[in-house]
Design a protein around this ligand. Structure first.
Ligand code: PPE
Length: 302
């Protein structure tokens, strides 16, 4: 990664120069927002998947926290494209970060300067190539997902990820691939960095947008499922419904569509990637690689 360049407040600088001061406000309190976006290689050249939606969510996250991004959405879209072009990457993960500067410390952040950085790097299958094909083993976390009035989950806020990191590291240390967090009422919420879907009796189900991130891949899957004529429900379900589901899978920019083959040492369905997960994966990878005319408006070519 050290040969890559990073966009910082309007300038593209070498990796080693992309630094902030140790008194940077966001470093102390986690008060910042970020995005995770992917750029895929297609037959017509590289394209960023759902760029406008990701940038729009970045601005909405900042709005929820009360941060003023000193750029227009269009400028950030262009900056993202330029950063990828300059790094000459055909496929990459894109991480825009909005943070408060070092001019002011303390919980009264009002008046602190607001900065933007955009990094890009190559990031392969988040939960492993084998995970994409054969599914992963997950554990219900001992940590709950944020209550909606503690850390609002519609903002992709830096500090909110303490919760995700606690859950993820607990799962890994116990020999699982990923964690599933329940909300404070005990319903299934989401993974540490993914939304979750189950399939039961031919119906695709995902938790509603209360205590989860408004995932763009989640929306992609809902739109694909509707086009494929599947029946879809956004409703709460408990962990035992997950145990007896025919299929389960995670969705996320990093995780893409990752089947879940086991939860809490119980096989899900036949313990392999199910037919619905496979169908959604095929449509998803078709869309990101520009092979599906129906979804071509989701691609922004470099
Ligand atoms: N929930 C959470 C908590 C979450 O972090 C993500 C993305 C999602 C759902 C899915 O959202 P979307 O990417 O819009 O479909 N997690 C990002 C960060 C992963 C990381 O390890 O960092 C991602 O996938 O980019």
């Amino acid at each position: 990664m050290k040969n890559l360049s990073i966009w910082m407040d309007g300038k593209i600088v070498p990796w080693k120069n992309a630094n902030v001061h140790v008194m940077t406000h966001t470093l102390h309190y986690g008060f910042g927002v970020f995005e995770g976006i992917r750029c895929y290689s297609t037959r017509q050249g590289s394209a960023v998947f759902r760029l406008r939606e990701h940038t729009s969510r970045l601005f909405k996250s900042a709005h929820i926290l009360g941060m003023d991004i000193p750029y227009a959405e269009e400028e950030i879209n262009e900056a993202i494209l330029e950063t990828i072009r300059r790094n000459k990457l055909k496929e990459c993960y894109i991480r825009p970060l909005v943070y408060l500067g070092s001019d002011k410390l303390g919980l009264n952040h009002i008046g602190a300067s607001c900065h933007v950085a955009i990094a890009v790097w190559t990031w392969g299958a988040y939960l492993g190539e084998d995970g994409l094909k054969n599914g992963i083993r997950v554990k219900i976390s001992s940590f709950s997902r944020h209550h909606i009035n503690v850390t609002m989950t519609k903002a992709k806020a830096c500090g909110a990820y303490i919760n995700s990191i606690l859950a993820k590291s607990e799962a890994i240390k116990n020999g699982y691939d990923e964690a599933i967090l329940l909300d404070v009422n005990g319903n299934v919420a989401e993974g540490s960095g993914e939304n979750i879907f189950i399939v039961r009796n031919g119906v695709l189900k995902t938790p509603p947008l209360t205590a989860v991130l408004e995932g763009i891949t989640r929306d992609t899957v809902l739109q694909i499922a509707k086009k494929e004529g599947m029946s879809v429900k956004e409703e709460h379900f408990a962990r035992d419904e997950l145990y007896i589901a025919d299929e389960a899978f995670f969705t996320g920019t990093a995780a893409e569509i990752t089947p879940i083959r086991e939860v809490d040492n119980r096989k899900i369905g036949n313990g392999k990637r199910g037919p619905v997960a496979k169908k959604i994966q095929d449509a998803f990878f078709g869309a990101v690689q520009g092979k599906n005319e129906l979804f071509k408006s989701w691609l922004t070519y470099l």
